[in-house]
Design a binder for this molecule. Structure first.
Ligand SMILES: *Cc1c(COP(=O)(O)O)cnc(C)c1O
Length: 390
């Protein structure tokens, strides 16, 4: 085993970031943010009605190439609403990756569904199609055109694939399996704004796709989320549900179902629009950052920097390095040393099937999720690291 000096790890990161403290992923405000925010205040439209909400939706539609976009308060709410609009019922099991941010599973629980964890793939870090098929053949049975979990007796009605750290999952294979088993597909594209498979933006392969505009994502609205879809009826339903299911009328206040107060406020949309105008540029910076890290870590013994698959174009939202077997037991020390020197590094999420509330949930094997969790370190990934370096 090659001897490694933990301080070299920090040295390689510093070659890329230069000096000073570096967050994991900080927002960059260099465009029309202040102008649009001032405009909201001057106009009085700061809340859930206002021209920026429509303008943001319009711009997002153009950016991802979807027919419709519905702006909501955050990505978790977008997932929650999407599951409901897709017809998922309380008591249904919903297939989600074992390795994801907790929101993917929480949104399912919040609508009364049961997250059913599936292992991820060694190369994409998204749901593994081979494992998914193997697992469904093992535990599933079609009854009257519906997939039933033989072990629990409950229907399995949807799949929520996620594009991990912005790198696309094998979405076309996953869609094909979902079609065979009559599963609705809601893509968790929260991390993958600007990531494509072929010419198609992530989030547009399933019936509904969800994007997050949280503060640490590629672009931010302060807080925010959006659902993209080509399905007009679903888009209308989503907008209706997100605005308390209020019926249009000049003055009467009436609601035709139990809705949600999930509409994105105008101030957030103003920020989101200004950010979206810069998205192409920010993503170019994130992509360049990968090349800088790859060069810095090249020839060292800390493993490989995560690279996009050759069949996809990734936004490289978070840069990450995969430690070799020999360094797994050094993961925490490397992270702590980096943090102590002002560089925010993080492991991947604790696999969801291990979290307290999800310990007893149905699952496939989770070998790869566990392996990636034990060996991946996310590196400082703000797009302005590149803008300053160039
Ligand atoms: C960020 C994120 C979400 C949730 O988005 P919020 O806007 O923070 O609610 C959902 N899923 C994944 C995978 C995410 O990374």
């Amino acid at each position: 085993m090659a001897r490694v000096d933990v301080r070299d790890f920090v040295g390689f990161i510093r070659e890329v970031t230069g000096s000073g403290p570096k967050g994991l992923h900080e927002p960059v405000f260099s465009g029309n943010e202040k102008t649009y925010l001032n405009d909201c205040i001057d106009s009085g439209y700061v809340s859930s009605v206002g021209p920026y909400v429509d303008a943001f939706e319009e711009a997002l539609r153009g950016f991802v190439g979807s027919k419709f976009a519905v702006a909501v308060v955050n990505g978790t709410a977008a997932l929650h609403l999407s599951l409901i609009a897709a017809g998922i019922k309380p008591g249904d099991e919903v297939l989600v990756p074992a390795l994801s941010f907790v929101a993917t599973a929480n949104a399912v629980s919040q609508m009364g569904g049961i997250p059913h964890f599936v292992d991820v793939d060694e190369s994409t870090w998204g749901v593994n199609p081979t494992e998914l098929r193997f697992h469904l053949e093992l535990i599933g049975q079609m009854r009257n055109g519906q997939l039933i979990n033989k072990l629990t007796g409950r229907p399995i009605t949807a799949l929520v694939p996620m594009h991990t750290l912005g790198h696309p999952a094998e979405i076309e294979s996953l869609i094909a399996i979902a079609a065979e088993y009559q599963l609705a597909v809601i893509e968790d594209a929260a991390e993958s704004l600007g990531s494509f498979v072929g010419n198609r933006h992530t989030g547009l392969f399933g019936r509904l796709g969800v994007i997050s505009l949280n503060g640490n994502k590629t672009i931010t609205a302060g807080g925010g989320g959006a659902i993209v879809t080509d399905d007009e009826a679903l888009a209308h339903q989503l907008k209706h549900l997100s605005t308390t299911a209020r019926q249009p009328h000049r003055f009467e206040i009436s609601h035709d179902t139990i809705g949600f107060n999930y509409r994105m406020p105008n101030v957030n949309a103003a920020l989101g629009l200004a950010q979206l105008e810069k998205a192409t540029n920010l993503i170019e910076c994130q992509r360049s950052l990968f090349s800088l890290y790859e060069r810095a870590f090249d020839g060292g013994s800390f493993g490989v920097v995560r690279r996009e698959p050759d069949w996809a174009r990734s936004n490289y939202w978070l840069q990450a390095i995969t430690l070799p077997d020999t360094l797994i037991d050094k993961r925490d020390e490397l992270i702590e040393t980096a943090i102590a020197s002002g560089l925010q590094c993080r492991p991947l999420w604790v696999p969801l099937n291990r979290l307290g509330p999800y310990k007893a949930n149905p699952r496939s094997r989770t070998r790869v999720a566990e392996s990636l969790y034990s060996r991946v370190i996310c590196l400082p990934s703000s797009s302005d690291i590149v803008r300053r370096a160039t």
